[in-house]
Design a protein around this ligand. Structure first.
Ligand code: IPM
Ligand code: MG
Length: 368
């Protein structure tokens, strides 16, 4: 199979972690007989530096022309980077939001599971971890507060800022269907998260989710308020299978879910539309503090590449091979710094700390 992959290396640790994911894809190509061609696409701070805007029309066209896009991370330190002196629509994140919207990537899948080998990195107590957890957050990605009208202006002499949260029933229905489709192939439990005790948009969300739920009798559906969900994620994460939620709540809950797994450096994500196309990126950010040091964890990006193989190219066997190789590397005791057991922990002497490149190499070696 021949696949054209757009590559957005981006800012901070982006180029380092993307390089390792490409290495792994190339190894898959060699072992399983596929050709992956890459086209670099500029987005984020590096695009601002090169051409004065975070995402050009050419970059959008290049992304559209590819079969899938692999992305590292974009953005910098919001307190110190000159990118954040620019007007909001010229900043790095505006590029990512525009790309999501232009490609209609309404379904963002963020799996969060605890690897047995990383129990020591999980900040929760052993009794809370129990048998571990394995959930996927299905986040609506092209609506809600992120894309509603906003403005800042003086009202009666007082500076006033407004953001609007808009959802229509069609936007809710299509993401709900996606959530139930995913739940059907997993443990068949879906938790829809909203703030229906306060927000109209959430009340509509709940009504539509109930309508869609009726089409999936084999999936059990429950509703949970977002504040309660934030609490339940640290109280009993094992209760969740699929969490379905709107854009802003999904942004917040997915960071929380990733933290309870021990490291955001482990978590992949896929942003999908109605076609086979997808944008695949690690859930974590650009981590400017460790950029260029060769210590960033490339596993989230490598697992995102595995999601690309699975969802965009239907290469399940190859995706399994990548995921197995990651598990094997962890079993063999290799860790990047972010997933090292804390000092004093039992495992401390059985593991070896490695850098970004070595981790990529070790994973490649386990794809046979
Ligand atoms: C994410 C990020 C983005 C978001 C930012 C960079 C705009 O936090 O993908 O979760 O809020 O969606
Ligand atoms: Mg986020």
């Amino acid at each position: 199979m021949e696949c054209r992959i757009g590559v957005i290396s981006g800012d901070g640790i982006g180029p380092e972690i993307v390089a390792e994911a490409r290495k792994v894809l190339d190894k898959i190509g060699t072992v399983y007989g596929h050709t992956f061609c890459y086209e670099e696409i500029l987005m984020g701070g590096c695009s601002i530096d090169a051409v004065g805007e975070p995402l050009t029309d050419e970059a959008v066209a290049a992304a559209k022309a590819s079969d899938a896009v692999l992305m590292g991370s974009i953005g910098g330190n919001t307190a110190t980077s000159p990118w954040y002196q620019l007007p909001p629509e010229k900043r790095p994140e505006a590029g990512l939001l525009r790309l999501r919207k232009s490609l209609n990537l309404f379904a963002n899948l963020r799996p969060a599971c605890l690897y047995g080998e990383l129990r020591e990195a999980c900040p929760l107590r052993d009794a809370v971890i129990g048998d571990g957890f394995d959930m996927v957050i299905v986040r609506e990605l092209t609506g809600g507060l992120y894309f509603g009208a906003r403005e800042t202006k003086e009202v009666g002499g007082v500076m006033t800022a407004t953001d609007t949260l808009v959802y229509n029933e069609e936007e809710i229905r299509r993401i709900a269907k996606r959530g139930f489709d995913i739940a059907r192939k997993r443990r068949r439990k879906l938790t829809s998260v909203d703030k229906a005790n306060v927000l109209d948009s959430s009340r509509l969300w709940r009504k539509i989710v109930d309508e869609v739920a009726a089409e999936y009798p084999e999936v059990s559906c429950e509703h949970m308020l977002v504040d309660n969900c934030a609490m339940q994620l640290v109280r009993d994460p094992g209760q969740f299978d699929v969490i379905l939620t709107e854009n802003m709540f999904g942004d917040i809950l997915s960071d929380e879910a990733s933290m309870v797994t021990g490291s955001i450096g482990m978590l992949s994500s896929a942003s999908l539309n109605d076609t086979k196309f997808g944008l695949y990126e690690p859930s974590g950010g650009s981590a400017p503090d460790i950029a260029g040091k060769g210590v960033a964890n490339p596993i989230a990006t490598i697992l995102s590449a595995a999601m690309m193989l699975r969802y965009s190219f239907d290469l399940d066997r190859e995706a399994d091979a990548v995921e197995e190789a990651v598990k094997q590397v962890l079993k063999d005791g290799y860790r990047t710094i972010d997933i090292m057991p804390q000092s004093g922990m039992a495992q401390e002497n059985d593991v070896t700390q490695v850098g970004t490149k070595e981790m990529g190499d070790l994973i490649c070696q386990r794809i046979l």
